[in-house]
Structure formats: C-alpha cells, structure tokens
Design a protein. Structure first.
Length: 235
C-alpha cells in the first residue's frame, strides 16, 4: 500500500533528517516506526503527507508516486495524519474540530456519515460534542485528534506519538483504540516513543536511529531483541 524507496528528507538549510530510508506498509497492517528523540520519525510522516518533499528517493501509495501531489490531494487519496501534539483548535467545539477533518470529502452527506461513525466509535466525544476542545482531558483530546483523522475516511491512518502526554492509566486505552480501528480494516502507521506498547500491538516495526533504519521485524520479535531491550526498554 505504502512504499518508501531510498528516501532522503531534509529541512531548508539543514542536514538530512532522514537518509536512504526504505520501508513498506501492506494493506491491513499495523506498522510502527520507533526511535528516540530526533531520529526522524515525524519527518517521515510529514514527507508522506506531502508537507515536506524528499530530496532523493520515492514515496509510493498503491504504486503511485506522491512527490508531486499536494497535501490536500494526498488526503483525498486516502492518507490521514494525526499530528504530534494533536494540533486541535482549542476554542472550537469538539464537533467543529471533527468537521474540519472532513474538508477533503466531496459531499456533505459523506461528511455527516463520517461524523456519525466517529461519534459512534468515541462515545465520550459524542457526549461532549458542544464542549470546547481545550476543555477536554488529555485522553479525550487524543481521541478527538484521532477522530478528526478518521473523518476523511482514510485507508491509511498515520499517528504521531498518540500516547504522548497521556496519563499512564489511559495509555493502554489509546493503544486498544488503535487496534480496534485496525480491525475495522484500516491500515495504520504508528510513530511512538512508548516502544513496548507500540511493538506489542504492531504486526511489524522499524527502528530508526539518527535518520536511518537500523532494525526491522515483527513487533513481538523485536520486543525480544537485545538492541531494542537495551536501547528502549531499559533492560
Ligand atoms: N522544521 C525543522 N527545521 C529544521 N530541522 C528540523 C525541523 N524539524 C525537525 N528537524 C530536525 O530533523 C531531525 C529529525 O526530527 P524529527 O522531528 O523528525 O524527529 P522525531 O523522531 O519525530 O523526534 P521526537 O521523538 O522528538 O518527536 C532532528 O534533528 C530535528 O532537529
Ligand atoms: Mg516527532
């Protein structure tokens, strides 16, 4: 479904943040990108969304190159991102934040159908439809950010550190939600620093270190790897 081939990505005036990275996400999979601060995880997601363009290499979605497609059309093609730090409109009510996620849909009927589905998936949001986003709890805000991502009816949902800043007690709830979404047929690309939980729910994962992939494998298999246990799990 998604394929990166030898992608190198950098920022204006900066060194390359991602170097010669290749990976795939197949339909129906949950794939994680894990790595420490500054490894290049968000950079990769920004490039797939079209917010940054690779300096070299290719990004293909269902075989089609994305490098010349504007971000808006990338959403239309079925890729949605839930950004790091959630990026909600705090003063706007929950329901308006959700509706903004449907901007790429062509019809109002589709948007209303999405809205009903998302509110069905997150009853807490349904109960708080009219509440300003900034007054939601951290966990509820993350649900809202995920819900907004789902509003465009994506085939591939990319999540950038969904568990960041969430009470430990609620973290497993977020991961359970991701698993649930994936069971409904959505493909998921997950970026996480919460390596244990991420690998535990992933079919496959890639470990990123200073812009390069250093290890990959099945999620459960990587949990047993010495490198992962030492670098991320403090063992
Ligand atoms: N807007 C920017 N301009 C210049 N350099 C940037 C920019 N954003 C990120 N970088 C650099 O790119 C590298 C990768 O950053 P990135 O945000 O992708 O890391 P990350 O793996 O998502 O880290 P974190 O876990 O802290 O979110 C870092 O060295 C960072 O300094
Ligand atoms: Mg990041």
């Amino acid at each position: 479904m998604l394929e990166l081939k030898n992608a190198s990505i950098g920022y204006k005036g900066g060194v390359l943040a991602v170097q010669d990275v290749s990976f795939t996400v197949k339909e129906g999979e949950v794939v994680s990108l894990v790595g420490s601060n500054g490894a290049g995880k968000s950079t990769l997601l920004r490039a797939i969304s079209g917010l940054l363009r690779p300096r070299a290499g290719e990004i293909l979605f269902n075989g089609e190159p994305l490098h010349a497609v504007p971000p808006y059309d990338i959403v239309r093609k079925g890729i949605a991102m839930v950004p790091e730090g959630r990026q909600l409109f705090g003063r706007l009510p929950v329901i308006d934040n959700l509706r903004l996620g449907a901007y790429a849909l062509s019809s109002k009927a589709d948007a209303e159908r999405s809205l009903a589905e998302v509110l069905g998936l997150f009853p807490r949001l349904a109960e708080r439809k009219g509440q300003r986003a900034e007054t939601l709890s951290g966990g509820e805000q993350q649900q809202l950010a995920i819900g907004r991502g789902l509003m465009s009816r994506p085939k591939l949902l990319m999540l950038d550190e969904p568990s960041l800043g969430i009470m430990p007690k609620l973290v497993s709830e977020i991961f359970r939600t991701i698993r649930e979404i994936s069971k409904k047929g959505l493909t998921v690309l997950l970026v996480e620093q919460n390596v244990f939980e991420a690998l535990d729910i992933s079919d496959r994962a890639y470990v990123l270190q200073t812009g390069k992939i250093v290890l990959d494998g099945q999620g459960k298999e990587l949990l047993q790897s010495d490198m992962v246990r030492k670098a991320f799990l403090g063992m």
